[in-house]
Design a protein around this ligand. Sequence first.
Ligand code: HEC
Length: 182
Amino acid sequence: MLTGCPERSAPPATSASPAQPKVASAPQPSQVASSAALAAEAPCTLDTQLVPGIPGSPGHLIPSAINPNGNSELAEHMRTMQSELKLARAAIERGEKVAPLWPRFRKIRCVWPTNQSDRNAAFDASAQSYLQAVAALDAAPPVDAAKAYGRVLDGCRACHEQSCGGAIPAIEALRMTAPDKK
Ligand code: HEC
């Protein structure tokens, strides 16, 4: 049976991992995140308090065809990022500019996971370095977009290697050169 993290195959990340990027995070005021779209300026950090009772929160999982238990808000967000990156890959291959992803992807830091202990400092540090790669893709001219796109997937993978190894094949299938890409 699939859970939020399919085939959880790696132990939880330790805070002392040397691969862990160092991130200096300025203290930010705690603020309640809106469930749907984040306003461009709304804070979304590890300190952001999540709203109980919204879709994807504990006890309110979102019905899913893939996951019989239902999806957390974070699992839904992962699926959204996955399908948006598939579209982005096609656009990059056509030489088109990709619409900015960071404004929608950044909520990875302030949504409900299936297991609340997954939203921890190591997760947040990985999320920040992943989001830096997303911002770099947004800023990349078309000639550099393929490389920047690959770095976004490296960011997906780096976090999953620490916390949720079962999704790595799904991440690798998003590569520009993935053999099974449609
Ligand atoms: C900062 C850590 C982190 C990053 C970055 C990250 N993930 Fe995840 N991912 C997780 C965690 C934790 C879960 C488990 C979510 C849950 O159950 O609430 C997950 C779950 C998933 C799932 C399974 C969702 C489901 O239906 O159960 C997929 C697929 C996935 N991630 C793909 C991706 C892709 C693609 C990217 C990059 C675009 C990405 N992840 C980036 C941590 C991360």
